[in-house]
Ligand binder design. Sequence first.
Ligand SMILES: *Cc1c(COP(=O)(O)O)cnc(C)c1O
Length: 471
Amino acid sequence: MVRLNKKELFKMLPSVDEVLSQKEIEELIEKYPRSIVLESIREVIDINRKTIVAIKTEEEAEKFSLTMEKVIEETERKARDNYALSLKKVINGTGTVLHTNLGRSLISEKIKDEIWTAASRYSNLEYDLEKGERGSRYVHLTDMIKRLTGAEDVLVVNNNAAAVMLVLSTMAKGGEAIVSRGELVEVGGSFRIPSVMALSGADLVEIGATNKTHLKDYEEAITENTRALMKVHTSNYRIMGFTESISVAELVELGKKYNLPVIEDLGSGVFIDLSKYGLEYEPTVLDSIHRGADIVTFSGDKMLGGAQAGIIVGKKKYISAMKKNQLTRALRVDKLTICALEATLRMYLDEEEAVKNIPTLNMITMPMEELERKANLLYAEIEKLNLDADVHIEECLSQVGGGSMPLETMKSRGIAITPNNMNVSTLERKLRLSDSHIIARVYDNKYVLDVRTIFEDEFVDVANELKLAFM
Ligand SMILES: *Cc1c(COP(=O)(O)O)cnc(C)c1O
């Protein structure tokens, strides 16, 4: 074996100081912190050193070249990447509205001023303006939620998993809570009711068969240790066919007979009857309260369309006890969440406004004419590019997602793209890694952009990235 003489190659590596003294790098330091630029230069030199070390043949050695121009270019790219935030905006072309991996629900642009003010100025977060003394952060959502649901009181915590844990810890710790086996859900992101119950210190008593639970199953399971009857909305799966479950109203009857509270974990907090918009009926928070549930829990960032939170509504005596539970301090919500939720909930005072301005509701209820209009617009943008691909508008199916309405698929419109000279998965990868980070589905050898979840002002970015991907 001929030993390569790599000395000449190593000589091509510039020193950090040499790179630093370049005019372009001086300009880069005006754009990014010096530490980032330095780190990037070191990385670029290091990568090239490793490339040289890995060279095994004369041929590879011949091919290797490194100019200052190339080092500068690589440093600029590295600096940009090193300075970029890890949490980035993406374009959601999947059609899944509550996409758990893509940030679940989106906050309405209408409330950006409120959120910015809460974030950047002092507020009465824990201050009673009337009395001029210390107040509680938990009062802020009370009025709005009472107005919307008729519930006696409300408590908001970090997320719904935390809400369920706090509720059980307060109401059933050291005792038993009875739940139907058919409702022991595992929600995406590994929220498992049995595990949460175990953490809360309440014993879970599972009753019934997976597909059927009768009222007498609950009744027979009641002992002197029973602290609560619980109903969990099986929001991310359905047992089809021969099924039977007990309604909240029936459980409430039973609860009254034995003086036991009824807890309902709704999962998704729906505030308006979506069957009006052609969707499957989902029980609303209002329904649960009206039917007499003592405590109802739901997420702030599923169908409600607000910020991540777990909202607990119901009887004052239980909520007062929860406020005193030490766990509450560990699960408490941030002022930005309180602000985003209150301002989102206020939009519900006018249902039409809510459906128009809360992105989650807007996307879920988007009429076919609107989907077609959007598809035509995006198609026109893409057609102008004359891509080397088959491009057409077709029907596709969107989903609500976020573990909400599992059986609900909504007819939508997609732009289907099949490249002539590129693998469809290569196209998918290029667009995913592009500056706009477009996420979409691939099936039947087509790349499909569902227009339901793509904002109109993102169409130009989609077209630009497509153009680059085909270059
Ligand atoms: C989604 C869901 C949860 C968990 O809510 P997070 O806000 O994600 O913590 C709990 N229970 C049910 C029934 C759910 O659907």
